[in-house]
Write a protein that binds this ligand. Structure first.
Ligand SMILES: Cc1ncc(COP(=O)(O)O)c(C=O)c1O
Ligand SMILES: N[C@@H](CCOP(=O)(O)O)C(=O)O
Length: 466
């Protein structure tokens, strides 16, 4: 299988090269030249497979010979070995035809573990085989960072640098990153927001001349194709458990960088009967405004109670646009150039297609607190603030009157104790951290605060590596 850039001017790459590439050299994102498609009979034959067995079936066509089947199976088994629930991604029913898919059973309590445990083991395998040492550079609004560090910290061939927005992540999220004192782990708190961190990462990928000789950057954000690929699996897993392919299933997805819901869109393109995909945003609602009013314009980033979704520029939206514009790289270059000035207007045909694929919803902080309280006091579930936005969106849309609706639970509520306490107004309702994190607040922290300045960030990376 070959991977091509959304901007049409970078060389096409193999699977192994694409996972090491990050951004394409023309600034675009890599996507498969053609997607594998699974027939209803094939999907039906997967009923009852374990999560790991299903992951192999879904991902193997992308890997396409870069790893032997045994190697891929071993990497998958290692990736999901440390999840706390035997189902890996358990479904919990929270209402009529409504389920929460718990994607926070991995080591760092967020859905990012699904792809980053896999990517960590995959990189370890590939880099050892190539005898290559790389520098991982990532940006996080709170969850990718700790999941990437957890996935990479034992890899001898990786030094990992994670940029997070200073004082804009929850304390639990910060400590999950900064208390990992391994010699190859470096946390940088940038005096800016997530978009600033992501811009610094993308600029560094575009021009890697600041690195010491022989080093190459590798991405752990969802610009890395392997991230998206591993996230497709749980859409199949949840839908199969609820009767697919014999009945369609809908998904409500709390959305920031558009990676998670893009994986759901791909599952549908690959043959999964997905009835509806709901883009659920917080007050940073560029994607909702785009779908609702064709208003894809940058606004000042707001600090919300769902900080991991405090994102204005959603990287993976470009991958969707590529499909909506008939995979025409020139059109995407023009659109992304237009967006540099702060806004982009979709062509009528692209907007119509987007609206047929997705609905969208926005929830502010006050209503996020209300839904957490409401769902908890009815004895239904304790939602984290990100998941709460997805559940509110699902309930507003009412798509699940006839078919199952799966709300992706993207983080464990214990990562956001302040929001939970605010919602429930009782200290004792603060959710407790799992056993392996009980001493998190006693652990030593290490991180570097830097201004939002590319030169200073790059010089920190360079001098650390030298
Ligand atoms: C807890 C949580 N929920 C939802 C999201 C949104 O996911 P995505 O960026 O893939 O849209 C993120 C991160 O972005 C997150 O950390
Ligand atoms: N919410 C994310 C933001 C980065 O998204 P990614 O999926 O591209 O890594 C985070 O928690 O860091």
């Amino acid at each position: 299988m070959k991977f091509i850039s959304t901007r049409g001017q970078a060389p096409s790459l193999s699977f192994e090269d694409v996972i090491l590439a990050g951004l394409a050299s023309d600034g675009g994102l890599y996507v498969p030249e053609a997607l594998p498609e699974f027939s209803p009979a094939t999907i039906a034959s997967w009923a009852g497979l374990s999560y790991q067995e299903l992951a192999f079936e879904v991902m193997q066509p992308f890997v396409d010979g870069a790893l032997s089947n045994t190697e891929l199976k071993t990497i998958i088994d290692k990736a999901y070995a440390d999840f706390r629930h035997p189902a890996i991604a358990p479904l919990v029913q929270t209402g009529h035809n409504e389920w929460v898919l718990e994607l926070f059973q991995g080591p760092t309590l967020a859905f990012k573990d699904f792809a980053l445990q896999f990517l960590g083991h995959l990189l370890d395998f590939v880099l050892t085989r190539r005898q290559q040492k790389v520098a991982v550079l990532g940006a996080t609004s709170g969850d990718t960072g700790s999941a990437a560090i957890e996935g990479c910290r034992r890899c001898e061939n990786i030094d990992i640098f994670i940029l997070h927005p200073h004082q804009r992540v929850s304390e639990v999220q910060r400590r999950q990153m900064t208390t990992v004192l391994a010699d190859n782990v470096f946390n940088i708190a940038v005096e800016g927001n997530f978009d600033d961190c992501q811009n610094a990462v993308k600029a560094s990928f575009r021009d890697q001349s600041f690195l010491p000789d022989g080093r190459q950057l590798v991405a752990v954000n969802s610009i890395n194709w392997a991230r998206i690929m591993a996230q497709i699996v749980y859409y199949f897993y949840a839908a199969l458990a609820l009767g697919a392919p014999h009945r369609p299933v809908s998904f409500s997805v709390p959305t920031g960088n558009f990676g998670d819901i893009f994986a759901g869109y791909l599952a549908k393109q690959m043959g999964l009967p997905v009835q509806q995909l709901i883009i659920a945003t917080n007050a940073n609602d560029i994607l909702h405004r785009c779908i609702a009013n064709n208003d894809h314009s940058k606004q000042a980033l707001q600090h919300s109670l769902s900080p991991s979704m405090d994102i204005m520029v959603s990287s993976n939206f470009e991958r969707l646009l590529f499909d909506l514009y008939g995979r025409d790289g020139a059109q995407i270059r023009r659109l992304m150039q237009e967006f540099e000035d702060g806004t982009m207007h979709l062509a009528e045909s692209a907007l119509t297609s987007a609206r047929s694929l997705f609905s969208s919803f926005r929830l502010d902080d006050a209503r996020t607190l209300e839904i957490i309280k409401d769902v908890y006091t009815r004895g239904e579930y304790l939602l984290d603030p990100h998941t709460a936005i997805g559940v509110a969106a699902a309930r507003a849309e009412r798509w699940h009157q006839a078919h199952p609706m799966v709300c992706l639970a993207t983080a464990h509520p214990a990562k956001f104790p302040d929001a939970i306490t605010q919602a429930l107004a009782e200290k004792q309702s603060e959710p407790s951290l799992p056993l392996h994190m009980q001493d998190l607040f006693d652990r030593e922290e290490r991180y570097q605060v830097l201004p939002n300045d590319l030169v200073q960030i790059q010089s920190f990376v360079r001098s650390t590596l030298s």
